[in-house]
Each structure stands twice: as C-alpha cells, then as structure tokens.
Design a binder for this molecule. Structure first.
Ligand code: UTP
Length: 408
C-alpha cells in the first residue's frame, strides 16, 4: 500500500485524522503507519452505528449433550479411536493466548502468571504439563500452535525460550500473532496511541482461524496431515488438551465440532449454555437466557439448557475452511484505550473512553452444521483464572489444583 492508497482507505471510513501528523513523521514512522493502515480491518467500524440495535437471537431449542454415563460406557472405544487419530498426527492444539487479561491485573501475558505458593508454577507451565499427560500416553508429540498478539508476542516467545518450552519439543510449537482491530472513541473515530500509530487491540478469541490463515499456517496444517484442531483458553489450568476420549467421541459422532461442557452449578450460573438456534448449534449467554428457557425441562424432569461451555473445542479443519470466507459477526465492547490527546500528550485512562471490536469463538460454533457437547467433570477439568480473588480466580484455581493433586 502506498501513501495515496492509505489516504483513500482512511477517507472511505471517515478516519482522515489518522494522517494528521504525517508531515511530522520520519520515513520509518510513515512506513509503519501505512503498513498498519493496510493491515487493520476497518470494516468493523460500522458497528458503532449499529451498537444500540439489539442482536436478536433465533429460535432456541435444546441440543442434547453426551453425558458422563454414556461416555463411561464407551470410554475404551473412544479412547482407542482418539489415540489412533493422535498417533497418526491428525490432531493439533491451539492455545489462545492473545487476550489482554485485564481482569487479572498483571502487566505480563496471563500465561506468565505464577500461581505457585512454595515454588514457581506458571500458567503456561501447567498447560504444557497437561499436554504432556497425553504426549506420554501416546508416545508422540502433538503440534501446538500458540496465538499471541502484537501486545504480548515478544514477551511470550521470550518467556517460553527462557523456560526451555517447559521441556516440550520446540519443533512442535508454532507461535502466530492474531489480527488487531482498531480502538475508537465514542464517536467512532480511531484513537491514536502515538503520532504514527493507531490504538488497536487483539480482535477477540474468534479471530484465531483467520489469523492462522493470514499467517500462512494452513499449508503447514495440511502438510502435517492435521485434520482437527483442539482450541482452548490460556486460563483454565485444569484443562485436558487433546483428550483422546473427547476426540474419539467427536470422530465417532462425525461432528464438525465438539465442545467440552460442564453441568451448570445452579440454574442462574453465569455461563453460556449449548443449544440449537434456528436448528444450528449455538450458545446462549447467561444474560440472554429467559426464565422460560432456564426452567425448561425434558420428559424426565431434567433441565434442558444445563450444559455450560468452557472454551475447549475440537474443530474439524475442513469445516473451518468452509466458513473461513464467511463474515464473522463482531461485538463491540467498552474499554479504557490509551491515546494521545489533541495536544499530542499520551493519556492512559482508568475508565472506559471508547470501544474495541471482538470476534468470539462461540459465533464460529453457530456457523457449523453439527456440534457434540461433551460433558466433563467440573472439578477435574475446569479451573479458570479470570480474577485475582473470588470467583474464577487465582485462589479458586489453586484450591482446585490441590484437589487434583497438583503440588503448588
Ligand atoms: P477472555 O475473554 O477471558 O479475555 O479470554 P482475556 O483477555 O483473557 O481477559 P480479560 O477479559 O481482559 O480480563 C478467553 C481466552 O481467549 C483468549 C484469551 O487469551 C483467553 O485464553 N483471547 C481473548 C485471545 O486469544 N484473543 C483475544 O483477542 C481475546
């Protein structure tokens, strides 16, 4: 992209002010700014105009989960099937570590957080340890793709190198950066982080597959014969990754995607639950769950919207490729965005002063034709770290790790 083209793109989206300091910039800064303008997706900006329109959900109906008793009956069969797929290199894992982890309040990437008490135990370390459980079982390494963002890439890769990849085989780890989306003020104007840089933030956990494509990794995935990708969040330290039984069940049911789910702890628990929406797999968020849906029961009297997602999905690659060209919905979220004011002074606001744009994995589920919700035991597999204390915190995760015999 050249100067003219960059200017044209800005005009098209009503963002000419991004060039206001252009004449003051060095050649290097000018090039950097033009490159950023080229890379950043500005189509999302139109969302600002529609932000007050409520996204209407379609018709919600139940989607049955494969529950623990059924899994138990077929355990050995699924396990053998999953192990065979793993040994044949058909399964890759994708760690979503591009988030900002703002609620945890650490300046470092979330995975670098030390949750140990008497010794150092990093979140990334726990994840690699969990992956090792399967690697040791099947006797071969599993390819791990780690998604970072512009904001944490250097730090994350340096940390893994310093820690010698926690013993994992470096050749089986690929880092890639996720795409960034512009951050805007309440009028929809892109905020500037400096005179030569727009304020941006990672484009949400749903941006992972398009970022894989943009980074040219699809070739690698094909070459290695990877047919399924197990995508998971950085912050669940009890995470079972590349779980053979889960893989076997999804293969056997021939689904485009499998979703690990936990039984809700209470009808009003704040988790998104699996359902069908207009006949396609979907997730209804806790704040979208009407009283009627919350209390709906099957003929045996069991609640039908009772299985919450834990951000651990197994996607079939060919189905991902089919949806890749389709437009993902973006969500608009209020955020404190650092920026330079009209006098050029850098401001780091404490409270939200604008919006960021995010794509969510759960919207990818709705683009798939079939999904298997697969129940897991909450206390064995779900210890998310979102906050420092309280619910889903370092404290609660430590207690769960101890319960599972992990020495902290
Ligand atoms: P969260 O939605 O909990 O966001 O991410 P977060 O950024 O970690 O934390 P807060 O909300 O700022 O406190 C769920 C998972 O999705 C990843 C996160 O790294 C985490 O594994 N994620 C989120 C990305 O990889 N990229 C994003 O843009 C957002």
């Amino acid at each position: 992209m050249n100067n003219q083209e960059a200017r044209k793109k800005l005009e098209q989206y009503g963002q000419e002010h991004v060039f206001q300091y252009y004449d003051e910039l060095s050649d290097r800064e000018r090039n950097e700014l033009i490159e950023q303008i080229e890379r950043v997706d500005m189509e999302v900006l139109s969302l600002c105009e529609q932000k007050d329109k409520l996204q209407k959900k379609g018709k919600i109906t139940p989607l049955a989960a494969m529950q623990l008793d059924e899994i138990e009956k077929n355990r050995q069969y699924y396990f053998n099937m999953g192990c065979s797929a793993l040994k044949n290199g058909k399964i890759g894992a994708v760690l979503l570590a591009g988030g900002m982890g703002t609620r945890l309040g650490s300046d470092d990437p979330k995975g670098m957080y030390n949750i140990g008490i008497t010794r150092e135990v990093y979140i990334f370390e726990r994840i690699i340890q969990n992956l090792f459980d399967v690697v040791e079982q099947i006797g071969t390494y599993i390819h791990l793709f780690i998604m970072t963002s512009d904001k944490n890439h250097e730090q994350t890769t340096r940390f893994f190198e310093e820690k010698n990849y926690f013993g994992y085989n470096r050749e089986y780890i690929t880092f890639f950066k996720q795409d960034m989306a512009p951050a805007v003020d309440y009028q929809g104007k892109i905020l500037m982080e400096s005179k030569s840089k727009m304020s941006t933030s990672p484009n949400g956990n749903g941006g992972w597959f398009t970022s894989i494509i943009r980074n040219g990794l699809l070739n690698k995935i094909h070459k290695k014969g990877i047919e399924f990708l197990n995508v998971f969040a950085v912050d669940n330290v009890l995470q079972r990754i590349a779980d053979p039984i889960f893989i076997g069940a999804v293969l056997e049911k021939n689904c485009a995607v499998g979703a690990k789910v936990v039984r809700k702890a209470a009808p009003d628990e704040k988790v998104g639950v699996m359902c069908l929406e207009d006949g396609k797999p979907s997730i209804v968020e806790y704040y979208e769950l009407t009283e009627e849906l919350r209390d709906a029961r099957d003929e045996d009297g069991n609640p039908v919207y009772n299985f919450g997602v834990i951000l651990n999905y197994l996607f079939r690659v060919k189905d991902l490729e089919e949806i890749a060209s389709k437009k993902m919905p973006f969500h608009i979220v209020k955020k404190a965005v650092p920026y330079i004011n009209e006098k050029g002074a850098f401001i780091k606001p404490e409270a939200p002063n604008g919006y960021k744009f995010e794509a969510l994995v759960l919207d990818m589920i709705h683009m798939m034709d079939s999904c298997l919700p697969f129940e897991v035991v909450r206390n064995r597999e779900f210890a998310p770290i979102k906050n420092k204390t309280g619910v889903d915190s370092v404290e609660s995760a430590r207690a769960l790790l101890k319960e599972n015999g992990v020495d902290l």
